[in-house]
Design a binder for this molecule. Structure first.
Ligand code: CO
Length: 152
């Protein structure tokens, strides 16, 4: 009886998780990768065009402080990522490796350290033309922690 209830509970929570297609859960690892909850590398995120807003949730699964292995999620045009990361490197760790007021950034979460969570929410209309990426602005991380946003 108890097992049956647990099974129903799992089914129910599973369907609830699937019902929110306007959000995606990312993990930030100590190998400087974005992974999904099953441990797969995440190199693209599909955004259903039916969503008005989309949310990317990030959990830093390392045990390190954000100044050593910080992770965030920044949304920008793919062609701007290198320049944003360079300006972020100049801005430094105290600014979470982002230039304050950088108008090339569509949206950005805060930088979080080990065990912490954050999220970034943005209007799908801002990225639907295509060519947008998500990446981590921590020094040097964008080389691995980067993927495409695909609206379809
Ligand atoms: Co990072």
């Amino acid at each position: 009886m108890k097992k049956g209830l647990l099974f129903l509970g799992l089914l129910f929570s599973g369907s609830l998780a699937m019902a929110n297609q306007c959000a995606f859960d990312l993990l930030g690892t100590d190998t400087r990768d974005y992974k999904d909850s099953e441990g797969n590398f995440v190199k693209q995120i599909i955004i259903p065009s039916s969503c008005t807003y989309f949310t990317i949730n990030l959990r830093n699964v390392t045990k390190m402080h954000k100044t050593a292995m910080g992770h965030n999620v920044v949304i920008a045009k793919a062609k701007d990522v290198k320049a944003i990361a360079l300006d972020g490197a100049i801005a430094g760790v105290g600014k979470d490796y982002l230039k304050p007021g950088d108008t090339r950034i569509v949206a950005a979460s805060k930088m979080v350290g080990g065990g912490e969570r954050t999220s970034v929410r943005f209007a799908v209309s801002k990225v639907k033309e295509g060519g947008y990426d998500f990446f981590c602005s921590f020094l040097g991380h964008e080389r691995k922690m980067r993927g495409k946003l695909i609206v379809k």
